[in-house]
Design a protein around this ligand. Structure first.
Ligand code: FES
Length: 178
């Protein structure tokens, strides 16, 4: 009676011992099994490198911490600039977030740093207590209202929140609601 687990051999007409069919099949399965294990070992890190970043949620996409409220002097606008890193899939984007922050006793304004006329950078002139845009002499008040010049609307603002004494902003310019 043939033993299914034992390798079987045959002898050719020339007297050579040749492997029987079950042994060849066994070796083929062993070979392809080993190839499968090796392929999986090679593919796993590649797949995880390609796929996992796509599954990871973006980091730091919206709110940006600008600093502590206690560090902002009252009634004296401060130009704040902080680094921001946004990670989307494989993409990492490092940029700067800039804002003019005005801390009043009862309110905080966070302004986009671009003039609402043609987007120039404006600055605070302490002697005049006004923001001044050097491009076309646009002037804005402490609360961002147009005082004079060509700007068509008040300074744009960023949404902001104060959490545990820190100021967070979403650096997307929004028209100021007057
Ligand atoms: S860009 Fe500011 S006044 Fe024109």
């Amino acid at each position: 009676m043939p033993d299914g687990n034992r390798a079987q051999f045959a002898v050719s007409e020339a007297g050579e011992v040749i492997e029987s069919e079950p042994r060849r099949k066994f070796l083929a399965r062993l070979f392809w099994g080993a190839m499968g294990v090796v392929s999986a070992a090679i593919a796993a890190p590649v797949i995880s490198y390609l796929i996992i970043p796509l599954l990871r949620p973006g980091e730091s996409n919206d709110w940006v911490k600008m600093g502590n409220i206690a560090d902002l002097p009252l009634n004296l606008p401060q130009r704040l600039e902080v680094g921001r890193r946004v990670v989307e899939g494989w993409e990492t984007d490092d940029s700067q977030v800039t804002a003019w922050v005005v801390r009043l006793p009862d309110k905080i304004y966070v302004f986009d740093p671009h003039c609402t006329h043609l987007g120039c950078a404006y600055r605070w002139v302490e002697q005049e207590k006004q923001f001044f845009c050097p491009c076309h002499a646009g002037v804005f008040s402490l609360t961002g209202q147009v005082v004079s010049g060509p700007p068509p609307r008040p300074l744009d603002v960023y949404a902001h929140e104060v959490r545990e004494g820190a100021l967070y902003v979403v650096p997307t310019p929004t028209k100021q609601v007057v």
